[in-house]
Design a protein around this ligand. Structure first.
Ligand code: SF4
Ligand code: SF4
Length: 268
């Protein structure tokens, strides 16, 4: 069944990549499976924020978290290296990726329900607390539990296909063998203190080796959203009926660095 789900994700994304506001934007998606009842799950309320919801609060019979990562093509990532604001290609790809993740989550959830397993994309996955600039459903922390990768010091998530892409997730009552969390570390700075290049990439100095200023980051994302308008990524989550509006982000710290398209290699 894991291979069936991986194929479902691959086929869905391949089809979506053929048209729309921009095409040919993704490499092959990664899919990871995690324990929705993992003993460390409760730590999300202290690790991320106190309002973070747990899988069991969204779907009481949840057994497995399925996370998927849609990695961007080099043409998209490299287009975003120069300048203070995002490239047009990056902004369009980002908006289309968000919309596709919503559609993919709903389609996968529907597919699993048809197989007899209650499944859902949590509404909290698309809700954002504007006061603290945090979500109640951290895709990155759940992806870590699913073994998809580890955290970089740029506050981004490093997978085997790099950081240049977006994450989504679906919860299901289907019990599957899990893939994570990983024991190893992917970020070079965290491994041996080397690299740190993402810090210099940030145009507004929102990053240090130990901290991430989400308010500075948000200000630059707001500047981007004023420029990159009209890419039309608003969509409805079928499970919940909640509307998700397109957003934009700068993404300068995930491009032009060793972890952009792959797990970075240490010098040894
Ligand atoms: S650019 Fe280097 S230091 Fe920054 S997240 Fe990637 S590997 Fe880690
Ligand atoms: S997304 Fe942009 S503003 Fe935010 S930390 Fe990365 S480089 Fe800085």
């Amino acid at each position: 069944m894991k291979e069936t789900i991986r194929k479902f994700v691959r086929d869905f994304v391949k089809e979506k990549d053929k048209g729309g506001i921009i095409k040919d934007i993704w490499r092959e998606p990664l899919v990871g499976f995690g324990d929705a009842r993992h003993p460390r799950m409760g730590e999300l309320k202290t690790w991320v924020q106190s309002d973070h919801v747990l899988p069991s609060e969204v779907l009481p019979e949840a057994q497995t978290i399925i996370t998927y990562f849609l990695p961007m093509q080099k043409t998209i990532g490299d287009s975003n290296i120069p300048g203070r604001l995002s490239s047009k290609e990056w902004a369009m790809a980002y908006e289309k990726t968000n919309a596709t993740l919503g559609e993919l989550g709903s389609a996968l959830s529907q597919f699993l329900k048809e197989q007899g397993y209650p499944s859902i994309v949590p509404a909290e996955a698309t809700q954002y607390d504007e006061r603290i600039l945090m979500s109640k459903w951290s895709q990155r922390h759940l992806a870590w539990l699913c073994g998809l990768g580890t955290f970089g010091i740029n506050n981004m998530f490093i997978t085997a296909a790099g950081t240049c892409g977006r994450l989504g997730s679906t919860l299901t009552a289907l019990e599957l063998e899990v893939d994570g969390p990983l024991e190893e570390e992917y970020c070079l700075y965290k491994i041996d203190g080397s690299c740190g290049l993402c810090i210099d990439r940030c145009p507004v100095q929102a990053l240090t080796t130990t901290a991430y200023d989400r308010f500075k980051c948000n200000d630059l994302c707001a500047d981007n959203a004023k420029v990159h308008v009209g890419y039309g990524s608003s969509y409805l989550l079928e499970d919940t009926g909640s509307e998700v509006l397109g957003t934009n982000t700068c993404g300068k710290c995930v491009v032009g660095v060793p972890c952009t398209y792959r797990r970075p290699k240490t010098k040894q």
